[in-house]
Design a protein around this ligand. Structure first.
Ligand code: WQD
Length: 332
């Protein structure tokens, strides 16, 4: 079986390509290297001792996509490619709508043209907005508070409409909670350029001395210690969720949404403490004002993924913290 992975050299994409190769799938990656590095290709090969096809290109480019489908019999697609910074999306909405929607529509048109109707889509828990209760189930109301999240919700709706028009499609929409950590080899991981937006990469940079102090965005939320609570999930667990989703859509038609989280919520300060303990290092922090748009707490009910996909997160917060820091140490 041959799988096309868009954005396959990115953070979650590269970890998923590793697991696809480990499970004896053939892989074609298309990536424009906007938020990834070509050297990740060699890291994936070093981890798996397997080769795969890499096409440097943009998913918005129909000619590039058609060439891939002409030259390969693609059995299914995992679609990661897209801009994903919440704050940047607020500043540059047009760039986000153009890129995330245009790339997806082009991909879907070409898939349809070449009769490839099996898709795993990278969505996000951000489509739930501020949940009325916890844990979050897939049936909860959907609403978004930023253009990034809105592109994810719009694409979900496009996929649901496509399935309504043609029941030949097999689509798994995966709603990620907060992906963190790295492959245990330390060869691949999350390496954001510049100042990270997200908590874990910021903690790692403070621990490593690259940044001076972590700003904890508010300690007056309605949570265990006043700081924001999130459902952190190890990126390898998340990647294995994609393998289960691929196995499922190769056997079943239909469209469905799945939460990929651990079901455990950790506050900012709890994550800092776990990171310090498991890595034996101090993380300097100060409490600052809330970040606009943040919600108090968010964690998943992932029982549907367990029941239907046979997937469940295995790794705990300590392993997430250890692997996240190991990646930075190994790549100094
Ligand atoms: C986590 C917690 C912050 C940074 C976002 C997107 C989501 C997904 C994951 C793409 C919050 C606090 C953070 C910092 C802090 N991305 N924080 N200081 O906002 O839950 O989710 O990233 O799919 O779609 O919305 O993740 O890591 O930014 O924040 O105190 O320097 O850490 O307030 O409580 P978030 P995050």
């Amino acid at each position: 079986m041959k799988i096309l992975v868009t954005g396959g050299l990115g953070y979650i994409g590269s970890h998923t390509v590793v697991e696809l190769l480990n499970n004896d799938y053939e892989v074609v990656v298309i990536d424009n290297l906007y938020n990834s590095k070509e050297e990740v290709k060699d890291k994936i090969k070093a981890i798996t001792n397997k080769d795969f096809q890499f096409v440097k290109g943009d998913v918005c480019d129909k000619n590039v996509l058609e060439k891939i489908f002409i030259e390969n019999k693609i059995d299914a697609v995992i679609h990661f490619a897209g801009y994903k910074a919440v704050g940047e999306s607020v500043q540059k909405p047009l760039m986000y709508y153009r890129n995330n929607l245009d790339s997806t529509l082009t991909l879907l048109e070409v898939m349809n043209q070449y009769n490839c109707k099996r898709l795993v889509f990278s969505s996000s828990a951000t489509v739930y907005g501020k949940p009325a209760s916890l844990p979050i189930k897939e049936t909860f109301p959907l609403s978004t508070t930023n253009p990034y999240g809105t592109t994810k919700l719009m694409i979900e709706d496009i996929l649901r409409d496509i399935y309504k028009s043609d029941n030949d499609w097999s689509i798994a929409i995966l709603r990620y909670f907060n992906p963190v950590g790295a492959h245990k080899s330390g060869l691949i991981g999350e390496s954001p350029n510049g100042i990270p937006n997200n908590l874990m990469p910021y903690i790692v940079k403070v621990a490593d001395g690259e940044l001076e102090c972590l700003s904890v965005f508010g300690d007056d939320y309605d949570t265990v210690d006043g700081t924001g609570v999130r459902d952190y999930i190890h990126v390898v667990d998340l990647s294995l969720g994609h393998i289960k989703a691929i196995e499922y859509i190769l056997k079943n038609k239909g469209i469905d949404e799945y939460n990929l989280g651990t079901g455990n919520g950790f506050s900012v300060l709890q994550l800092v403490k776990a990171f310090e303990k498991v890595n034996g290092i101090k993380v300097n922090y100060k409490i600052t004002d809330r970040r606009a748009g943040d919600i108090d707490a968010c964690y998943a009910d992932s029982s549907k993924a367990k029941e239907i996909l046979g997937w469940e997160a295995q790794k705990g917060i300590d392993e997430m913290c250890k692997d996240a820091y190991n990646f930075v140490i190994k790549n100094k």
